[in-house]
Design a protein. Structure first.
Length: 302
DNA sequence: AGCGAACCGGAC
DNA sequence: TCCGGTTCGC
């Protein structure tokens, strides 16, 4: 099994798997060492912090980790080009070195995962996606390959509701049945066509709107021009690029405009570039400043 | 077209 | 009370 070591500027593995792109990686203790473990399709991916950076590998297929982490892309190169286009992003790029856009081997895992994120909070999202994953095959102790759609369909809405999925139980099962009825590889094949085509195909599925479709396009199908506009990216985009929409709501048209803005500006780098703004908005200064502007956390009315 | 409300259930 | 949205009805 081949181990790849990357400097932190090229890869911060922990950041990548905890920044809301995927939800099932966890820290384990193996032989006295702290390692991150998770599944990508039928393979296990392992990562360990070293003095040099991060050491990563996959098994049994040792090559999948390169695709999963998009190691064909040089993050130094991406950062340099993004900053040429928009120098004011420098503080964000500097704040999150090693933040990569991932690509999962199975787009159906991406789809079911992001169906769990709908109107939900991150803590519960992790719990639900992991619970779904546990219906899959156990590849190694505690590490599960994601179940196929047929399996999710068989679990059924009632059981999922009992497990706390709420109204997402219904759409999960509906989508699972829909996928099970289509030819094998239908979803995966969308990556061969055009981005717009993939978006509209995904939006046909019950419970899938623009945002979930874009997440599947970016993290599952490898469309780098996809820009998922969630509430965080919406807020930061309004502040930075569309101040005239301050206080307004995210309509279909505006969703489109935000994505187009990123695509015009960053082209194929849009997916990577948005990640810095998104994660800053989730965690750090972006969140605080957006709040601060919204008037008086300390003076909430009665 | 654009806006608001409901939706499961658990964090905060 | 608020969610990392989607859908439905004005």
């Amino acid at each position: 099994m081949r181990k790849i070591t990357l400097p932190i500027e090229e890869l911060d593995f922990e950041l990548c798997v905890t920044s809301g792109q995927i939800f099932r990686f966890q820290r384990f203790e193996r032989g006295g060492r702290q390692v991150w473990l998770g599944a990508d399709g039928g393979n296990v991916i392992e990562a360990e912090r070293t003095p040099e950076g991060w050491a990563v590998c996959s098994r049994p297929d040792g090559s999948v980790v390169e695709r999963f982490l998009r190691l064909d892309v040089s993050l130094a190169d991406v950062s340099r080009r993004v900053l040429e286009i928009e120098p004011s992003l420098a503080p964000l790029v500097a704040r999150f070195p090693g933040l990569r856009t991932l690509r999962q081997a199975r787009a159906d895992e991406t789809l079911f995962s992001f169906l769990c994120t709908v109107n939900n909070n991150l803590t519960r999202i992790h719990r639900l996606v992991r619970a779904l994953g546990a219906f899959g095959e156990e590849l190694e102790p505690g590490v599960f390959g994601f179940p196929p759609p047929e399996r999710i369909a068989r679990v059924g809405e009632v059981r999922l509701r009992e497990m706390g999925f709420g109204y997402r139980a219904r759409t999960l099962v509906q989508v699972a049945e829909e996928l099970a009825h289509r030819p094998t590889g239908w979803l995966q094949a969308l990556s061969e066509g055009e981005y717009e085509r993939a978006v509209s195909a995904l939006c046909e599925l019950p419970g899938v709107g623009r945002k979930v479709a874009d997440c599947v396009c970016l993290f599952g199908l490898g469309f780098d021009e996809a820009v998922p506009v969630d509430t965080h990216l919406w807020r930061v985009s309004v502040e930075r690029y569309f101040p005239q929409w301050r206080g307004g709501s995210l309509t279909d048209k505006r969703y489109r405009a935000v994505g187009d803005h990123f695509r015009q500006r960053f082209g194929r780098l849009a997916g990577f570039a948005h990640e810095f703004l998104f994660y800053d908005s989730v965690t750090g200064a972006g969140k605080r400043s957006a709040r601060g502007r919204k008037a008086s956390p300390g003076a909430r009315a009665k």
